[in-house]
Design a protein around this ligand. Structure first.
Ligand code: TGC
Length: 388
């Protein structure tokens, strides 16, 4: 490691085992994602063939215990997310939706039968899950969701629509959050159920190597035991969002690091005015600003991860990391693109792809504004989320 790679020797803060997990995922990204990502992005293709390979690496439900999951620590999961997103946000999103959202919902709130039915297959990459919370008219404010769950005889009937749902068109199972008479509940919905339709949202200018869908739920009939017995109210989905938001704060630093490295390589090779552009003071300032924010962002993620592993992490602390790290990562990727000049707008170079992906990342799992206001509420005691 050189100062260019790890200025403050942050590697010294991780255990040998944590670094081994990171290096395994880094090698996978180098071998399987980097050579192909430009083509997947250009053609808007999600590389489904990688799912079983990621499962074999223990990346699906990585931080969950039992049911075929790897039972890794929060810090190890974070390091894996960082490496995956150095490849592409869309690939890290797959792991987040599958593990942090869909599997976490079943793990945290499911019956033993639901866990046995779904989790081992999901950990093995044989079954894919999605997580339906956001709706066409309920994004930042999921409390206003219109999807309804009505008791009918000895079962449930689900009616409504969801939007921006990752993986829905290839999913075997959907965790659907719906308003019931007694509040918001979660349901485990096989996607083969009559009345379930997932439609790809395309074309997109972001997350092109990833799948996001509209879902319609047209009077889906479910048995009574399709409800997640442990979830009552918004606390259920929000607890799953905590897991995904946590992974994002690490992942964003992976995209930032990859952009910085691309810019540094280019700046050392590219000559203008008779000298490498790395010799220009303005270029050095950009590179130094990137190093400052990447190293600080990793420290934020690591502190958050250690708190999570100690069982002491509060949701508003996750907002700190998600807000800061994604915001800084976008700025870094855009600055990296400027060093690449005109060449930086081609798909051959990663920084603009990362920056475009991060527009989605800064929006899903709580926008910059939502996380700002979660922090504002935490420090003032006053909720300022909405109008009258
Ligand atoms: P609020 O009154 O604050 O809370 C309601 C209940 O939830 C509890 N709670 C939490 N519990 C665990 N973790 C958290 N982070 C929690 N935040 C709140 C809270 O204690 C309360 O419990 P109880 O027992 O008192 O009822 O609810 P609010 O409606 O006022 O919240 C406001 C706000 C803005 C913070 C919240 O609505 C919010 O976080 N909005 C952003 C929603 C969001 O992130 N959406 C993205 C969804 S991602 C998705 O659907 C797909 S993207 C991934 C993909 O598929 O690709």
């Amino acid at each position: 490691m050189t100062l260019a790679d790890d200025y403050l020797d942050l590697d010294g803060l991780f255990s040998v085992e944590e670094l081994a997990v990171r290096d395994r995922v880094r090698a996978f990204v180098d071998e399987r994602i980097r050579p192909n990502i430009a083509s997947w992005y250009a053609t808007a293709s999600f590389p489904r063939e990688l799912v079983k390979e990621m499962a074999a690496l223990g990346l699906l439900g990585m931080h969950l215990q039992g049911y075929g999951c790897a039972g890794r620590s929060a810090v190890e999961y974070g390091l894996a997310a960082m490496e995956l997103e150095a490849g592409d946000s869309g690939i890290r999103t797959f792991v987040s939706v599958q593990g942090s959202l869909a599997m976490s919902a079943i793990f945290k709130f499911g019956s033993e039968e639901q866990k046995q039915r779904w989790l081992p297959g999901m950990a093995a990459g044989e079954l894919i899950g999605c997580f339906g919370l956001t709706e066409p008219t309920a994004g930042s404010d999921p409390a206003s969701m219109a999807t309804r769950a009505v008791r009918d005889g000895d079962g449930w009937v689900l009616t409504g629509a969801k939007r921006w749902i990752g993986l829905a068109s290839i999913a075997d199972v959907a965790i659907i959050w719906a308003q019931a008479d007694d509040g918001i509940r979660g349901f485990v919905v096989p996607t083969a159920s009559e009345g379930f339709t997932a439609t790809l949202i395309e074309p997109k200018l972001s997350m092109r190597a990833s799948i996001q869908c509209d879902i319609t739920l047209d009077g889906i009939r479910l048995p009574v035991d399709a409800a997640l017995p442990g979830a009552a109210g918004l606390k259920g989905p929000f607890s799953c969002l905590n897991e995904a938001r946590y992974g994002i704060m690490w992942g964003a630093m992976g995209a930032a690091r990859d952009s910085y490295e691309a810019a540094l390589r280019y700046a050392l090779e590219r000559r203008q005015f008779g000298t490498p552009i790395a010799a220009f003071q303005l270029t050095q300032q950009k590179l130094v600003d990137m190093v400052l924010e990447i190293q600080k962002g990793i420290l934020v993620a690591l502190r958050t991860g250690r708190l999570k592993d100690a069982g002491q992490l509060r949701p508003e602390q996750i907002s700190f990391g998600k807000l800061n790290n994604v915001r800084e990562a976008i700025a870094i990727c855009r600055a990296a693109r400027t060093i690449l000049g005109g060449n930086g707008v081609t798909v051959e170079h990663s920084p603009l792809r990362h920056a475009d992906n991060l527009e989605s990342v800064r929006t899903y799992e709580g926008t910059d504004e939502v996380h700002t206001l979660i922090m504002g509420r935490a420090i003032t005691g006053i909720a300022a989320f909405g109008g009258a």
